[in-house]
Design a protein around this ligand. Structure first.
Ligand code: PEP
Ligand code: MG
Length: 571
């Protein structure tokens, strides 16, 4: 099977199918004679799930949050209610359909009723109903769902096969170890794919039929560099891939020697290689790969996979920890970029085009209380290290002015309380909307630094949804318009005398390292997993050779010629 390569390397292991409730619930008609058996199957699944929940409640880990117990009680209550445990049986009888489909229909009608509830707390219990149904479906379908651990949880050699995974789902996987993951849908710069890269295991998206064609425990080879999945390989193929796998591992080991080497070009120019992180725990990886700072801390990940929001104190502790653990190296904290494909737990009323909706700075300005708490937490942490503040999705100066206004307010409140903070904390803006790139000369005058978010810049410039695999083939960092916008932004920052970095996936793509260097970029921020490969390329590069070819690329119109120029640049 061919998909879109997201993260390199080769994994060989057994498939572990993961399902998500909204998807892939089979529907098939039954003969009248099959109905009693189907009802018995449904009852058995309800009983098995009930046992599973009770078992979980008996063995709550010591570290589990206090409310875990209450949630399990609630789930047991939901499952025991006849609307879930009995009504589907009527549907099986009346419609002569399979148990999974009957349960799914009943869940949908229940969820619709929840939508009409005025009380916020009760309405949010929708998510609990979904989780309970997921468990029953798992039992009916005989394989694991995302939120269930236990014996079916992935092993070191498991290859996760899913139809779709959200960024929040991926965060759960960060705590588990497995060999690779492949999905049917998803774009190359979706946050799901970005997180997969951070796991540093081979991964592929947009395989279309992997979930339906691959069976549980089947032997699978995942070639994450080529975007190829081979199911049930024969002996020769298997031997070939085992060889390639050890070669890949050897290369990785060799790269580790570069960890402490300074990233200087052959002509002696120093390049800053910073890391992108999602959570404070990622720092171990940052250090293992020798990053000289954090160029992008995607702070919104502190807000995912939880029912409550982290308050000021909790955020402060997280930011302070990162600042302290980086020992004076720069830590760029991006303010909340929620919205689009990163929705809060149980989020409702997601707009039809969330990527164009109330996302990132727009959301923060619309929710000043939320923003205020975060700004206070970041400023307080700035006393403990070298923190820089980065604003996502800026499109107009008005948003920047409003943010600065709020920031002044926050500083005043800290002054009033005699709480220390870095009064000169640098404020930067993400250039990731074409409007901002075209107005980079304006933003550069008002900001201390710029950071180019090429993932969104490409999404918005080429009008391709990052998460939609049907347009993944149109993702093109070499599109002339993208190159113009990136190059123009770098020029504007240089002219204004402020630092500029690229923190989108382009920064970690070694094929593009020389191109960006040739445009004048001296600061890159990427997932730690890519750092040493990019450093190796920088060490082999002679800067004075680049500009003439890069300038030619900026004038190139034909895609084929563009690729030929790039090949020459990298030769
Ligand atoms: C980007 O858009 O390039 C970026 C770095 O931010 P994110 O991927 O989190 O949207
Ligand atoms: Mg972005």
């Amino acid at each position: 099977m061919h998909g879109v390569a997201v993260s390199g390397g080769i994994a060989i292991g057994h498939a572990h199918l993961i399902s998500h409730v909204g998807l892939d619930v089979p529907q098939y008609p039954l003969l009248k004679a099959q109905i009693p058996e189907e009802i018995a199957r449904f009852e058995a699944a309800i009983q098995a799930t009930l046992q599973e929940l009770k078992e979980l409640r008996r063995n709550i880990p010591a570290k589990a949050p206090a409310e875990f117990d209450a949630f399990l009680d609630l789930h047991i209550l939901i499952l025991s209610d006849p609307t879930l445990s009995a009504t589907p049986k009527d549907l099986i009888k009346a419609q002569r359909v399979n148990a999974e489909w009957a349960l799914k229909q009943q869940m949908d009608s229940l969820l619709a009723k929840f939508d009409q509830i005025e009380d916020d707390y009760l309405r949010e219990r929708k998510a609990d109903v979904v989780q309970v149904v997921e468990r029953v479906l798992k039992s009916l379908l005989g394989h694991a769902t995302l939120h269930t651990a236990g014996p079916a949880s992935p092993e070191l050699t498991s290859i996760l096969v899913a139809h779709d995974l959200s960024p929040a789902d991926m965060m759960l996987f960060k705590q588990q170890q497995f060999a690779a993951f492949v999905t049917d849908v998803g774009g190359i710069t979706s946050h799901t794919a970005i997180l997969a890269r951070s796991l540093n295991i081979p991964s592929i998206v947009a395989l279309h039929h992997a979930r339906s064609l691959i069976r549980e425990r089947e032997l699978v080879i995942v070639d994450g560099s080529q975007g190829i999945v081979i199911v049930n390989p024969d002996k020769t193929v298997l031997a070939e891939y085992r060889l390639r796998q050890s070669q890949w591992e050897l290369e990785k080991q060799k790269l580790k020697r570069l960890k402490s080497t300074r990233a200087t070009t052959l002509d002696g120019t120093l390049v800053e290689l910073h890391a992108n992180i999602e959570l404070p725990d990622d720092i171990a990886d940052v250090k293992a790969n020798g990053a000289t700072g954090i160029g992008l801390f995607r702070s919104e990940f502190l807000f995912l996979n939880r029912r409550d929001l982290p308050g000021e104190e909790e955020q402060f502790l997280a930011y302070r920890r990162v600042a302290e653990e980086m020992h004076g190296l720069p830590v760029t904290i991006r303010t909340l970029d929620l919205g689009a494909d990163k929705q809060l737990f149980g989020a409702e009323n997601v707009s039809a085009n969330p990527a164009l909706g109330l996302r990132a700075i727009r959301l923060c300005l619309a929710e000043p209380q939320l923003f205020h708490a975060q700004l206070r937490a970041i400023l307080r942490a700035s006393h403990y290290g070298k923190i820089k503040l980065l604003i996502p999705m800026l499109s107009s100066l008005t948003e920047l002015n409003q943010t600065c206004h709020l920031l002044a307010h926050v500083k005043q409140s800290l002054d009033d309380e005699n709480i220390p903070y870095d009064a000169n904390i640098p404020i930067g803006g993400m250039i990731e909307i074409p409007a901002a790139a075209l107005a980079a000369h304006i933003f550069a005058k008002h900001l201390d630094f710029l950071s180019i978010g090429t993932n969104d810049l490409i999404q918005y410039t080429l009008a391709i949804d990052r998460t939609d695999d049907s347009v993944a083939h149109l993702y093109d960092p070499l599109h002339p318009s993208v190159l113009q916008l990136v190059s123009y932004t770098i020029k504007c920052a240089d002219k204004a005398g402020i630092p500029v970095s690229v923190c989108g996936e382009m920064a970690g793509d070694v094929k593009l390292t020389r191109l960006l260097l040739g445009m004048g970029l001296r600061q890159f921020s990427m997932h730690p997993a890519h750092l040493l490969t990019v450093k190796q390329q920088i060490l082999r590069t002679n800067l004075p050779e680049l500009p003439s070819l890069v300038n030619r690329m900026l004038k190139t119109e034909e895609p084929e010629r563009m690729h030929a120029h790039l090949a020459r640049l990298n030769a």
